[in-house]
Design a protein around this ligand. Structure first.
Ligand code: COA
Length: 321
């Protein structure tokens, strides 16, 4: 018995924020942003485009790709750190929007690595027989969590949602999953929950996302280099048998460094950062969906998914698509 991806989908808001738009908001330039990050534009969610709304739209496309009805799903997991409510969870709202009742539904909070964590939970639910078809959604609106006057963060984040349906299968399948964290590095990347009256609150500082960019960069490059090799080893395949890398889209230089460690040609790497920016938990499922819909990733390909985010947390899945 294996778990296997049955279908994928994605949703991006229609509002585009280009580097030229950012030049009007903060002291920056298109050249600086492109050279340091690889980002040209990102999408910005409207008020109506909540985490749940975008998740529902991405899920509909994944269901269509898998030729399944919503009623076939027996668990919904949403990876997010920017949903509107602590409860009902975004997963419950997505289930409601899809018209599914009596379903396992919960959110997973692992920042930009959320999709890897959700994928691992879904895989294990299938392997132990708790569910047969799991809808995994990564959806975030972190552009709205950034201080619009802070040029070090506002340039990086965009909004969107990606979805995939993982199902029980006799064919492989998920070959390996790996998760880890370094909680001692929590201060490098922090997003406070909104302050409420009469509630204990961790600090009186800015409500916006805070990031020590250079430190996060160094940790990401180091951790991911180790993670990808360990995942390949765990999956029992040779590095040269890997067909595609679907990395978290945080910085083009981090993506290129990971590809170099794997001796992969950039044509074997799915890159969306130029158009999406960093969409947090949505970044990997959106890139995976794009790679599949473009016909680049084909059935039978060995594909390595990896992500890294605030916590610090990181995770991977090596799949035979
Ligand atoms: N436009 C122009 N200049 C900028 C700028 C911007 N948007 N943001 C920062 N700068 C300036 C800095 O103030 C600094 O100026 P100084 O040398 O006069 O002090 C200079 O550019 C270099 O800044 P630095 O932060 O060292 O740049 P960097 O090469 O580390 O790139 C990041 C910054 C944020 C792009 C990079 O560190 C990064 O991508 N980090 C990882 C972020 C990440 O992955 N986060 C999410 C993890 S899920």
């Amino acid at each position: 018995m294996f778990s296997r991806i049955l279908g994928t989908g994605g949703y991006l808001p229609s509002q585009v924020r280009t580097n030229a738009d950012l030049e009007q908001m903060v002291e920056t330039s298109d050249t600086w942003i492109v050279e340091r990050t690889g980002i040209h534009e990102r999408r910005i969610a409207s008020k109506e485009e909540t985490v749940a709304f975008m998740g529902i739209e991405a899920a509909k496309k994944a269901l269509e790709a898998a030729s399944l009805n919503a009623s076939d799903i027996d668990a919904v997991i949403c990876a997010t750190t920017s949903s509107q409510n602590a409860f009902p969870s975004a997963a419950c709202e997505i289930a409601l929007g899809l018209g599914i009742g009596n379903v396992i539904a919960f959110d997973v909070a692992a920042a930009c690595a959320g999709f890897s964590y959700a994928y691992s939970v879904a895989h294990n639910m299938i392997m132990c027989g708790q569910a047969k078809k799991v809808l995994i959604v990564g959806s975030d609106t972190l552009s709205h969590a950034c201080d619009p006057t802070d040029r070090t963060t506002i340039i990086l984040f965009g909004d969107g949602a990606g979805a995939c349906i993982l199902g029980a299968s006799e064919e492989p399948g998920t070959l390996a999953v790996k998760l880890s964290s370094d909680p001692s590095c929590g201060e490098l990347l922090r997003l406070p929950v909104p302050k409420r009256p009469n509630c204990a609150s961790p600090d009186d500082g800015s409500p916006y996302l805070y990031m020590k960019g250079t430190d996060v960069f160094v940790h990401a490059v180091t951790v991911l280099a180790k993670l990808v090799h360990e995942t390949i080893e765990l999956a029992g395949i040779k590095p040269e048998e890997l067909n595609f890398l679907v990395p978290h889209q945080a910085n083009m230089r981090i993506i290129a460094a990971t590809a170099r460690k794997l001796k992969l040609d950039m044509s074997q790497v799915i890159v969306t950062i130029d158009k999406h920016g960093n969409t947090s938990a949505a970044s990997v499922p959106l890139a995976l969906d794009e790679g599949i819909r473009q016909g680049r990733i084909k059935r039978g390909d060995n594909v390595l998914l990896e992500s890294f985010g605030g916590g610090l947390v990181w995770g991977s899945a090596l799949i035979r698509y």
